[in-house]
Design a binder for this molecule. Structure first.
Ligand code: PHE
Length: 358
């Protein structure tokens, strides 16, 4: 076959391929068509095999011509295979039971951590830097740990301060995280630096600032010569770090049987910046950190010598702090399953949530 004849034949083959491949709509048929053209016994394959019949000086050119035609045929066949695959996927995706793995995933609404969890993790990180250990205690607690070990005996009126869920087995749903103070003293002895974040329960009438289920972070430091200035300095550093701004503190006397003296550390309301609003009951202040010096009876119950050691304890209102940080005005949205919060244009900046009904 002369070079001209070869060229003509290759043009013929290309035409056959281009019209033949369009008629096929099954992958298998295209594959066997492919081997009838490009396979060893195929129309182009045989031409390649016959190169050796040409005189050596022509073989390079012949090879080039055939390989060009081969590449064109291969491209047409591959394009058709691609087309058939896409058509099949489209058909499958129209059938509702089929999954189209080629569609992009929807990642916009992946959700996020709960605001209380976010603040809790942040507080854990801050306290770990201060050298504290993070401890946990059970939500179903012994009456003794929740009350007696904390200097609240059965007949003491202070028990009435916390409306308690009593369980049939004689235990309680812990009303605060303070029982972890006792557990930690027993576990580690002195000196001691722990925080204990966790869920607490009280038999409350629900309103915008009261929930029957809420979170606190207990803190306990026991060492040589611990005093109230240590407590106040730590409170200020902590609240400033969490709120990412300077905060004002107000310290008042407060009564808790397990501390002496007891303090109420308040923070200027972050919702109204101390101007007075419904959240702070027009006072401009939020009770955020009840605290005090650990009562000697509590140290003794925990097996620690009150003549040798002193310490402070606090019970940070974690739920309340999360509300302050994110501008959430109603505590009830935090435990509700309603996933339609509205964004409230707050001066706090960043995403702020509030109940859609407020
Ligand atoms: N446990 C107290 C409460 O929930 C708060 C508190 C903790 C007060 C530690 C003083 C010291 O009301």
């Amino acid at each position: 076959m002369t070079l001209d004849e070869l060229r003509k034949q290759l043009v013929q083959i290309e035409l056959q391929v281009s019209s033949g491949v369009c008629e096929l709509d099954q992958i298998d048929c295209v594959r066997s068509f492919e081997s009838s053209v490009l396979g060893k016994q195929g129309s182009i394959g045989l031409l390649l095999k016959n190169i050796r019949n040409y005189p050596p000086e022509q073989r390079g050119q012949v090879g080039q011509i055939i390989n060009e035609a081969k590449a064109k045929a291969k491209a047409m066949i591959d394009a058709r295979l691609d087309e058939i695959q896409r058509e099949t996927l489209t058909k499958e995706s129209q059938n509702t039971s089929a999954v189209d793995p080629t569609l992009p995933g929807s990642v916009e609404s992946m959700g996020s951590l709960h605001p209380v969890t976010m603040v809790q993790l942040e507080i854990e990180r801050i306290f770990e830097r201060f050298g504290f250990t993070v401890e946990a205690g059970p939500e179903m607690e012994a009456e003794y740990n929740n009350f007696d070990a904390l200097n609240i005996p059965a007949d003491h009126p202070a028990r009435d301060m916390q409306d308690t869920f009593w369980l049939n087995n004689g235990k309680v749903l812990r009303t605060h995280t303070s029982p972890v103070q006792h557990r930690a003293m027993k576990k580690f002895g002195a000196p001691l630096r722990i925080i204990a974040p966790g869920r607490c329960f009280r038999y409350e009438t629900l309103d915008a600032s009261h929930e029957n289920t809420f979170h606190q972070v207990e803190g306990l430091v026991i060492d040589d010569e611990i005093s109230i200035p240590n407590l106040i300095a730590m409170s200020k550093a902590l609240l400033r770090e969490v709120m990412q701004r300077d905060v004002k503190l107000r310290v008042r006397p407060g009564f808790f049987p397990f501390v002496e003296p007891g303090l109420e550390i308040d923070m200027n309301c972050q919702i109204c910046d101390g101007q007075g609003c419904a959240t702070c009951k027009q006072s401009g202040w939020i009770e955020i950190l009840p605290a005090g010096m650990v009562h000697p009876n509590v140290l003794v119950a925990g097996g620690i010598d009150p003549h040798r050691y002193s310490g402070f304890a606090f019970g940070l209102g974690l739920t309340r702090l999360a509300m302050m940080k994110y501008g959430i005005r109603d505590i009830r949205v935090l435990n509700s399953g309603d996933l339609r919060p509205i964004v409230c244009p707050q001066r706090l900046g960043g995403p702020t949530l509030m109940n859609k009904t407020t």
